[in-house]
Design a binder for this molecule. Structure first.
Ligand SMILES: Nc1ncnc2c1ncn2[C@@H]1O[C@H](COP(=O)(O)OP(=O)(O)OP(=O)(O)O)[C@@H](O)[C@H]1O
Ligand SMILES: [Mg+2]
Length: 243
């Protein structure tokens, strides 16, 4: 059983209250969205959950155990992997080495990189997730935007034990590529991976998620079951136009 819980997270930057009392719970295999206008505090929540910002207040639980995330490495150790908007892939390096970036497999006796093993693992993972990469030895720089995004997501899925956070995973992609990434997200969730999806694309949010969590100017507005609300409901909660 994997679950992630955040309780009353808060973060200010000087006088700016970027996030106030934000709470969310993501269970195994669940896809939960976080939506809000520009500057609402979404990326700040992402950064608190991935160890990049220390919360001013609040608590994070992984499988009901309270965790303190002081760095990205701490978050990884807790099983939380993040796909950031800039992807953090190295264009000149082949696909399979990007998949193992910072965690390269070595042959124990001689400490040489085990390229064969990493290639095999990369091919197996892509097959499992339905990711179409012609050859794992190609440099990342020669792939399309959608294929690169798929590699970044597959990498997060490969190493995550609890949660994959995706901050606008399809913002830069075309229609066909977006559809492929959405299919990948669905496959991951079917495999039991929990996903926290930050997206401005409400159609996408309605296609993929079971719950929608809303921030407005740093304030936590609430969480809604996707099947119980309409897009208009969500838009008015994002903008505050119904208040
Ligand atoms: N490192 C920082 N220093 C100062 N202010 C910050 C910092 N990071 C975020 N903020 C402020 O906190 C607020 C929330 O920003 P955040 O990036 O979390 O918004 P967002 O919801 O991700 O927006 P977007 O949809 O544009 O990505 C904004 O007012 C922003 O200016
Ligand atoms: Mg953001």
């Amino acid at each position: 059983m994997q679950s992630i819980k955040a309780n009353n997270l808060e973060k200010s930057f000087g006088a700016v209250k970027a996030v106030q009392k934000y709470s969310v719970e993501i269970n195994q295999g669940e896809v939960v969205a976080l939506v809000g206008d520009n500057g609402a505090g979404k990326s700040t929540v992402v950064k608190m959950l991935s160890g990049l910002y220390k919360p001013d207040a609040g608590e994070i639980f992984v499988n009901d155990r309270s965790v303190t995330l002081k760095s990205a490495l701490d978050a990884r150790k807790a099983g939380i992997e993040t796909v950031l908007q800039d992807l953090a892939l190295v264009p000149q390096r082949p696909v399979y080495l990007n998949l193992f970036l910072g965690r390269e497999a070595t042959k124990p006796a001689i400490r040489l990189l085990d390229h064969k093993m990493m290639c095999r693992e990369a091919e197996k993972l892509f097959l499992e997730l339905g990711v179409n990469i012609p050859n794992v030895k190609l440099p990342i720089g020669s792939l399309s935007g959608g294929q690169r995004q798929a590699v970044a997501i597959a990498r997060a899925a490969r190493w995550s034990q609890s949660l994959v956070i995706m901050d606008e995973p399809t913002a830069a992609l075309g229609i066909a590529e977006t559809a492929k990434v959405e299919e990948l997200i669905r496959n991951l969730s079917l495999r039991g991976t929990s996903i926290f999806l930050i997206s401005h694309n409400l159609d996408q949010v309605f296609r993929l998620t079971s719950k929608i969590s809303i921030l407005r100017r740093g304030e936590y507005i609430g969480e809604y079951e996707t099947s119980q609300v309409t897009k208009n409901d969500i838009v008015s909660k994002i903008t505050g136009s119904s208040d």
